[in-house]
Design a protein around this ligand. Structure first.
Ligand code: PRP
Length: 183
């Protein structure tokens, strides 16, 4: 990838690699305390959550298991509609398990609220959500997000797993995308 070209696609860095690392450590500290002595299964939502999952899991100084789901939300334009299809289901039977869904961003909240209700129907001991970023619309959703890194304005953000047309996921920072890229 041409790095110089990537930089010209960005407006400003919202969170640097160092800030993200520190935030995930802080969240991992809370998660460790809350689940002390309890089993814990992290469920990453592909593909965007790969970076958060990798760094969050390595910040947890305890046993965890990791599993993955891929879901596809249908909607108009860039907003999801809440109609969700499972593209890849869990390999794990979650009955009696403590499940923590790990995602990088909650935008409308529709995907997560569907996912929480889907996983809750499989008789787990508990289901909770951890996300690095949350946009304002998600605050209106009834989904309880236990761990949030940062609440951000409704801007087009990329990097650290977040994509625009599958690009920019590999950026180390989270940055806002320049309108000339998507308009
Ligand atoms: C993103 C993100 C969440 C979802 C949030 O995934 O990882 O799962 O959108 O949107 P919502 O709150 O409006 O429902 P996306 O569908 O972009 O797939 P990706 O992770 O493969 O990029």
């Amino acid at each position: 990838m041409d790095t110089a070209h990537v930089e010209s696609d960005l407006v400003k860095v919202l969170f640097t690699e160092d800030q993200i690392r520190d935030k995930l450590r802080e969240m991992a500290g809370r998660i460790s305390a809350d689940y002390e002595g309890e089993d814990l299964l992290l469920v990453g939502v592909l593909k965007g959550a790969v970076m958060v999952m990798a760094d969050m899991a390595r910040s947890l100084d305890r046993h965890v298991e990791m599993d993955w789901m891929a879901v596809s939300s249908y909607g108009s334009g860039t907003k999801s509609s809440g109609v969700v299809r499972i593209m890849k289901d869990l390999d794990t039977d979650i009955s009696g398990r403590n499940v923590l869904i790990v995602d990088e961003i909650i935008d409308t909240g529709l995907t997560l609220s569907w996912l929480v209700s889907n996983l809750s129907s499989r008789n787990p001991k508990s289901v909770a959500v951890a996300t690095l970023l949350r946009k304002p619309d998600a605050l209106a959703m009834p989904v309880d997000v236990k761990y949030v890194g940062w609440d951000i304005p409704d801007e087009f953000v990329v990097g650290y797993g977040l994509d625009y047309q599958e690009r920019y996921r590999n950026l180390r920072d989270v940055a806002t995308l320049a309108p000339h890229v998507y308009s």
